[in-house]
Design a protein around this ligand. Structure first.
Ligand SMILES: Cc1cc2nc3c(=O)[nH]c(=O)nc-3n(C[C@H](O)[C@H](O)[C@H](O)COP(=O)(O)OP(=O)(O)OC[C@H]3O[C@@H](n4cnc5c(N)ncnc54)[C@H](O)[C@@H]3O)c2cc1C
Length: 376
């Protein structure tokens, strides 16, 4: 099998490299984490204008109608350039694909174009203080009040909620229905009366995610996605997309980290055989991740739906990334002197929790990739 770029793919790669060189503001790399400043909005807008946001979305919704391999190349090149992520990651990667799959024509017309242009930012209200890995335990109430829904409850760890215009919200819609048939999925306008967002500061010192409190929030009936009580199926579409399309960005990010690690080891003349062995292992893991991503891409291209292999990529990447950043700090000896590696190590802890913890992902790989008996 020839895994090299086709001439068309090579042209796209050259084009995006040139776009980054021309448009990425000086010093605006992701090394210091997400900043949510005007410059990030401007960068996101430019990505949208150039057609790099929603590249694989159908053309009728303003997307590029391009194959998934093109999306992979764009994600790979942006990660390689350490460019900041599009501010609409949740809109582009989760809300948008879910609306495309489940939305009414009116919802598609109302929301999709402004996700692409980064005019409206989205957040994801799934996790709660007592419902994280177990989304089916969500207790935020989405009560049917005839001509509207009434939302009451609390969500937590909601990335981007402090700058979001809309939230994809999963909550308890039919309290007496059995598990998995009791959830409802709605779109909530974050500027509605009764929505309160409180930022949470992470150990990196940045506030990327938030608590959201909902008190008697009125949500119009037309904001329902899927059926009342059918929220679980809609949420599965969102979660498959969350993990499924990110693989190439993840391996490119790890590629950058491993290259920097090797450069650091050379600069510091690392002769310790154990450290050298761990560096070599990191490089080997990176190669394995890359080929797993090709397999995921083949599934996605064939079926149009991300497969469970995405869970394996996210698991391997997040754990490898933690090991690489820890190794770099060990080589440095005095970590407080290096802002890049210190930030990367602290942020990498969250990577093994967000978008499914490592334990949950191992269960998904065991059951859905390897076909082992279900644990529950
Ligand atoms: C940086 C970051 C950003 C996030 N952004 C968002 C967001 O935008 N929107 C959102 O809704 N959520 C977000 N989250 C929340 C994230 O999805 C949850 O933290 C995650 O799903 C785990 O849930 P929890 O924190 O409630 O932990 P729990 O589910 O309570 O898990 C606690 C521990 O028990 C383990 N565990 C739980 N169940 C099982 C099981 N069945 N088998 C084996 N082990 C198990 C877990 O692996 C974990 O180690 C974010 C989290 C982080 C760190």
């Amino acid at each position: 099998m020839d895994l090299r770029d086709t001439p068309e793919e090579a042209a796209l790669r050259a084009e995006i490299r040139e776009f980054v060189a021309r448009n990425l503001p000086e010093g605006a790399t992701r090394r210091g984490g997400r900043r949510f400043e005007d410059a990030d909005r401007e960068w996101s807008r430019k990505l949208g204008e150039a057609g790099y946001a929603g590249l694989t979305w159908p053309e009728e919704y303003g997307g590029g109608g391009a194959p998934y391999s093109h999306q992979a190349i764009v994600l790979e090149e942006l990660a390689r350039a350490e460019a900041p992520a599009h501010l609409g990651v949740i809109g582009l990667g989760m809300a948008g694909p879910t609306i495309i799959a489940w939305g009414t024509p009116e919802q598609k017309a109302r929301y999709l174009a402004k996700i692409l242009s980064a005019e409206e930012i989205w957040c994801q209200g799934f996790s709660e203080p007592d419902a994280g890995s177990d989304l089916a335990a969500a207790r935020t109430r989405i009560d049917d009040r005839g001509d509207h829904f009434l939302v009451n409850g609390q969500k937590v760890w909601s990335s981007f909620a402090h700058i979001a215009d809309f939230c994809i919200l999963v909550g308890l819609g039919v309290p007496d229905a059995p598990r998995y048939r009791n959830l409802t999925y709605v779109i909530v306008d974050m500027h509605s009366p009764g929505v309160e967002v409180r930022p949470l500061v992470q150990m990196t010192g940045q506030a990327e995610f938030n608590e959201i409190f909902f008190t008697d929030v009125r949500v119009p009936k037309e904001n329902l996605l899927g059926e009342i009580g059918g929220g679980w199926q809609v949420a599965m579409t969102t979660l498959l997309h969350e993990r499924g399309t990110l693989g190439f960005a993840l391996s490119a990010t790890l590629d950058v980290a491993v290259r920097k690690l090797v450069a650091l080891a050379k600069e510091r003349n690392v002769f310790d055989p154990i450290l050298r062995d761990r560096i070599a292992r990191a490089w080997i893991e990176l190669q394995a991740l890359r080929y797993t991503n090709y397999r995921s891409l083949a599934t996605l291209t064939r079926t149009g739906v991300p497969g469970p292999e995405g869970s394996a990529s996210k698991l391997v990447w997040s754990e490898a990334n933690q090991r690489v950043t820890k190794l770099a700090l060990e080589i440095l000896g005095a970590p407080e002197t290096d802002e890049y590696w210190r930030y990367q190590q602290l942020r990498s802890r969250g990577n093994t929790i967000e978008a499914g913890t490592s334990e949950i992902l191992r269960s998904i790989v065991a059951e859905r990739v390897l076909g082992l008996p279900r644990s529950r």
